[in-house]
Design a protein around this ligand. Structure first.
Ligand code: SLL
Length: 254
């Protein structure tokens, strides 16, 4: 029989954990193509699931199943430990099914994601990038949300900080810094303050994304207002024309 903590859920609590999934691909230099690679394969690529800034996520993620295109031998690849990734070679782009299996303590069902493997550069600079045989990175920031996790999983997720875990407080001597929390074994969903060459996902990039969305929202609101003003103007004009011709504003059906 499962123990009480195995089945008892922490009511009213959602815990989320950020992660990154995607792919990296690079074309072979024809002069340096490894001899064991099939003749029609043009690229080497890697599909992965990892923590933001390579943070360890194996305390909640147990294994990952990558389902490749059927043209691949043994196209279902299961990776039981970190790094959760598959490296392959090939010639074509396709959709990869990524199934996340959580640690057994979680009692959670697996979750499925899809990733479009990108081999070819895209965007405005695509041609130049192709010329330079640049690495093509296509990745996404994602958050997994555990709603009302079972107690034992909640303990694992938070590093035993449990309900006592306080959000960082300002001006309290920095006792709740990420470093201090890590030393105490406390686990959080915090992402780095700033981006780096290896990791584009940070509070700073999130902030500028929020600003960008707010800006776009404002543009749309302005456009709606302009359209509304124009409509009011036209209705006014229509009413004037009707009045001058003696046509009633509305015609009643009998
Ligand atoms: C396409 N619909 O036509 C896609 C399929 C398949 C990719 C891409 C080779 C595997 C192998 C490979 O790259 N398959 O033969 O080992 O673009």
């Amino acid at each position: 029989m499962p123990s009480a903590t195995a089945t008892k859920r922490v009511r009213g609590v959602s815990v989320f954990r950020p992660f990154v999934f995607g792919s990296e691909a690079q074309p072979f230099d024809p002069a340096k193509k490894p001899p064991n690679v099939p003749a029609d394969h043009t690229h080497q690529w890697r599909v992965f699931v990892k923590g933001v800034n390579d943070e360890d996520i194996s305390y909640w993620l147990k294994k990952v199943q990558f389902k490749l295109h059927e043209t691949y031998a043994q196209n279902v690849r299961t990776v039981e430990q970190s790094p959760f990734e598959v490296t392959e070679t090939g010639w074509g782009e396709f959709e990869i099914q990524i199934k996340l299996y959580f640690v057994p303590e979680s009692t959670e069902k697996p979750q499925t994601l899809w990733h479009s493997l990108k081999l070819h550069p895209y965007g405005p600079d695509a041609e130049a990038k192709k010329e330079r045989r640049e690495v093509v990175i296509s990745q996404n920031y994602e958050e997994v949300v555990f709603n009302e996790p079972v107690e034992q999983f909640y303990e694992l997720l938070t590093g035993g900080a449990g309900a006592g875990a306080q959000p960082p407080q300002k001006g309290k001597g920095g006792k709740n810094t990420k470093q201090a929390q890590q030393q105490k074994g406390v686990r959080t969903a915090e992402i780095p303050v700033n981006q780096s060459a290896q990791n584009p996902y940070s509070k700073a990039t999130e902030g500028s994304e929020i600003d960008r969305l707010a800006e776009a929202n404002k543009t749309v609101e302005d456009m709606i207002k302009q359209e509304k003003d124009r409509l009011i103007e036209r209705e006014k004009r229509l009413a004037e024309l009707r009045a001058s011709e003696g046509v009633p504003a509305t015609t009643k059906k009998r």
